[in-house]
Design a protein around this ligand. Structure first.
Ligand code: GLU
Length: 374
């Protein structure tokens, strides 16, 4: 748990701020907080390309519509987001305008990132904005994102964006100053972790959420984001967004917040997309032999190792692979067959595939190059 922080030169940075930081109960988007954030970003912007991921649309819309509390129904939340998003952007326009920084609104859904063509579009748009010297401000497209196409929280979204633009660092600014061994408001012995090598299950258990009415994610989603960022080779820091100058201090290498180390064996962009951007469209359970061949010997998945097929997917879509005790998900990959074909060839030896399908097709269900062990 004590890896040294390794921040090389940070040229591309993604900063995520939660609703709790940029809004205030009853008023929504809070100009003084947004002003302070803009000043902090302006102070470190020289020589860097920065993307801001900001929540706060629903909280702002809730206040603007005069609702007593955050709405519960999805259409009402979406309506609040529509009202709040423009009000929020208006505040960002004004705040960054004082520092001569132009902003651009980018609204994404999980679908925009899960479809390979749309993923590349989103990436190219962000890169073009950065090229123009614009500060992209990203949020989930709440007005159209119903559950199935939602990332759900901006912590995970910010990790996807960091991966998308190959960021050198992802900073999550939040209400707490890092990850603690226990809830510091309850346990005075709780200790803040300075660095985390890997988000193990033990680390993930530290995230006991308080159920804050404004913050959507809490620690659990921050740790999911840390896993995604690590796999993408992007270091991540959780730090307090309440202290002015935090971004400067982070970039100066001060040991503030909690640092999450990136994985050394960084996945390539396409594999990252397979592993994290896409909600899997089906699940294949494999036998022990296939599990070992895939995880230890670097083999492709063949029909003979598949014991169960769940879901209705097309060839070319991403599926999850389950295996071992408890049938845990251990890999994801792009399948060469659709679900109906796969049901016909499940358990078959390679030389039986053609006969069972009635035509010649692939030997592998998932080729090694399209497979990511998680
Ligand atoms: N996209 C939501 C909003 O702007 C918030 C999601 C989050 O806070 O993680 O209100």
């Amino acid at each position: 748990m004590n890896a040294a922080r390794k921040l090389g030169r940070v040229r591309r940075l993604v900063v995520k701020v939660g609703s709790g930081l940029v809004t205030a109960a009853g008023v929504g988007a809070a100009p003084e907080r947004i002003g302070a954030l803009a000043a902090d970003i302006a102070a470190i912007r020289e020589g860097r390309r920065i993307v801001l991921v900001s929540s706060g649309a629903i909280a702002t819309g809730t206040a603007r519509l005069g609702l007593p509390e955050r709405p519960r129904s999805i259409p009402e939340k979406q309506a609040a987001a529509a009202v709040g998003q423009s009000a929020l952007m208006w505040q960002y326009e004004a705040a960054f305008g004082r520092h001569q920084i132009q902003v651009g609104q980018v609204l994404l859904t999980a679908q925009d990132i899960s479809d390979r063509a749309r993923y590349l579009n989103a990436k190219n748009t962000l890169l073009a904005l950065l090229q123009f010297g614009v500060l992209p401000i990203v949020n989930e497209n709440d007005t159209v994102a119903v559950e199935e196409i939602k990332v759900g929280d901006n912590d995970n979204l910010s990790a996807l964006v960091a991966s998308l633009i190959d960021a050198d660092l992802l900073v999550l600014l939040t209400d707490v100053d890092g990850l603690y061994t226990d809830d510091p408001s309850v346990n005075t012995g709780a200790r803040k972790l300075d660095t985390v090598d890997a988000v193990t299950d033990e680390i993930a258990r530290l995230a006991r959420d308080r159920g804050d009415p404004i913050s959507v994610g809490g620690m659990a989603t921050k740790l999911q984001a840390a896993r995604k960022a690590a796999a993408a080779g992007v270091p991540m820091i959780i730090a307090s967004g309440r202290e002015p100058g935090m971004l400067r201090r982070i970039l100066d290498g001060e040991p503030v917040g909690t640092y999450f180390a990136p994985k050394a064996d960084r996945l390539g962009a396409r594999k990252r997309w397979i592993a994290f951007a896409v909600p899997p469209q089906g699940r294949l359970t494999v036998d022990a032999g296939a599990l070992a061949a895939l995880t230890q010997r670097g083999k492709s998945l063949l029909p003979s190792g598949i014991v169960e097929i769940q879901g209705d997917f097309a060839s070319g879509e991403v599926v999850a692979l389950l295996g071992g005790a408890g049938g845990r998900e251990f890999a994801r990959g792009v399948v060469n067959f659709d679900a109906a074909e796969l049901r016909k060839i499940r358990g078959a030896k390679t030389q039986e595939i053609e006969q069972r399908l009635g035509y010649k097709s692939f030997d592998e269900v998932i080729h090694r190059d399209n497979l990511v062990i998680l």
